[in-house]
Design a protein around this ligand. Structure first.
Ligand code: FES
Ligand SMILES: [Fe+2]
Length: 447
């Protein structure tokens, strides 16, 4: 659904281009044959039509289509000097980097695996998360189910060629069928009896605010909290306006710790968004006329929501040293467990909305981070799209830090950094004795 406008724009541009080419060819030949005086008029009409259609397509996209920014693990945060490609630079940094003395790599909690709109009824998708291969499918009852992807019979991948039958997934190899609700095998096409023990791991899952999430606990314990529903999204008052996706080479805890690292805002995030994301140039003099000012507080919540924390942000913008109060924005960033954050925006005339920020470990040191924005339906889409773009720019500055840094288990902190230690204590509730650790953890990422 999201891609159709861009397809139509490309089609319109292609048709116009072809038409233009044909007209030029015909016109050119006619001109050669008969020196037709109408040639230049037709050419001009074609060019103007083509340019207008193109401009209208761009304008339509800008005003009405969701913003989608998808980055690969190499796209952001690496320095590509000396003729190196992005992929080479990323590989080299990952090989050489010291990772430090890391906490366990998969904290207990809820993690996003897909956006709801990515999974149609009867469709199955393969997702890599928490070091596992998952088959995520939507049954004919409309529910999303998540099972381990490898069939226990002979190991075929259920999400590669597997078929949704009712509310089960059918293995592409010998046709065994597994129930989405509990992973039990319900049918073996050539066997008289289905053994009781024939089953595949079923992941507790839920679908909230347009996201499909799974629960992970290293000891297989049931979910200890739920992901709160944002009522405005369910009621349709806030609508989808775009998403971004990044892959980050870092330990998961580094990402939420940013919220408690109050001091980094005044340094890393103060240069205006026009300064870009490459930290070598963000402090360049050209863009100093635009500056962000941040006032931030971070605190954990108490029982029964001790798995939550809140960052209160007051953001102000200065242009040539002048504060523009009309652009002041208050944001409440509520973290729910290790993998989900709700960034709630409230502005006097730019309206209200939420960015759902989800972090899912793909591997021990590879995090998939998605931001999805829902905003008041009566506010022009341009507003939330701008907010998402600005958030993306600021976030990519952090990515450059995370992709290259070492995790310091005993950081050298000053009094003003005290929230960082509080955050580490708060976050430690998501680790248990058996939480998986990075094996072969030496000084490199060769695990
Ligand atoms: S490997 Fe899945 S049915 Fe045989
Ligand atoms: Fe940051």
């Amino acid at each position: 659904m999201m891609d159709s406008p861009s397809v139509s724009i490309k089609t319109a541009a292609a048709v116009t281009g072809l038409g233009l080419g044909a007209m030029l060819l015909i016109g050119g030949r006619e001109q050669m044959d008969s020196a037709d005086p109408g040639f230049s008029t037709w050419t001009a009409v074609c060019i103007i039509t083509g340019v207008s259609l193109f401009a209208m397509g761009r304008l339509y996209r800008l005003l009405f289509c969701p913003l989608v920014i998808l980055r690969t693990p190499e796209d952001v945060g690496y320095i590509t000097e000396g003729g190196r490609s992005k992929a080479q630079a990323a590989k080299e940094v990952r090989r050489r980097r010291k990772v430090g003395d890391l906490p366990p790599v998969y904290p207990n909690g809820w993690y996003r695996v897909l956006d709801s709109h990515m999974l149609d009824r009867g469709e199955v998708k393969n997702v890599s998360a928490l070091g596992e291969q998952l088959a995520v499918f939507r049954g004919q009852d409309g529910e999303a189910y998540v099972l381990d992807a490898y069939c226990p019979h002979l190991g075929a991948h259920l999400a590669v060629g597997g078929r949704v039958v009712g509310n089960c997934i059918e293995c592409p190899f010998h046709g065994w069928q597994f129930q989405g609700s509990d992973g039990k095998c319900s049918k073996i096409p050539y066997a008289e009896k289905v053994p009781e023990f024939a089953k595949v791991r079923c992941w507790p899952s839920c679908e909230v605010n347009g996201q499909i999430l799974i629960w992970f606990h290293c000891d297989g314990e049931d979910p200890q909290w739920t992901v709160p529903e944002q009522q405005e999204i369910t009621k349709g008052e806030w609508v989808y306006r775009g998403r971004t996706e990044h892959f980050i080479n870092a330990h998961i805890e580094e990402i939420p710790e940013n919220a408690a690292d109050v001091a980094h805002l005044a340094h890393l995030h103060t240069p205006g968004i026009l300064s870009g994301v490459d930290l070598r140039y963000t402090h360049s003099r050209t863009w100093t006329f635009l500056q962000h000012d941040w006032k931030v507080q971070w605190a954990p919540e108490s029982e029964p929501n001790k798995h939550c924390s809140q960052m209160l942000v007051k953001h102000a913008l200065t242009v040539f040293g002048c504060h523009w109060p009309l652009l002041d924005v208050n944001v409440v960033a509520r973290q729910v467990g290790p993998g989900v954050v709700f960034l709630l925006f409230n502005h006097s005339f730019l309206g209200r909305g939420v960015i759902m920020h989800c972090v899912t470990p793909v591997e021990p040191l590879l995090q998939c981070v998605s931001h999805i924005i829902f905003y008041q339906s009566n506010i022009p889409a341009l507003v939330p799209k701008f907010i998402l773009r600005a958030e993306c720019t600021q976030f990519e500055r952090d990515v450059m830090i995370w992709n290259n840094k070492k995790y310091i288990s005993r950081p050298l902190l000053v009094k003003e950094d005290s929230a960082i230690l509080k955050h580490r204590r708060w976050f430690s509730q998501f680790y248990s004795k058996n939480s998986p650790r990075l094996k072969y953890q030496h000084d490199t990422l060769d695990f």
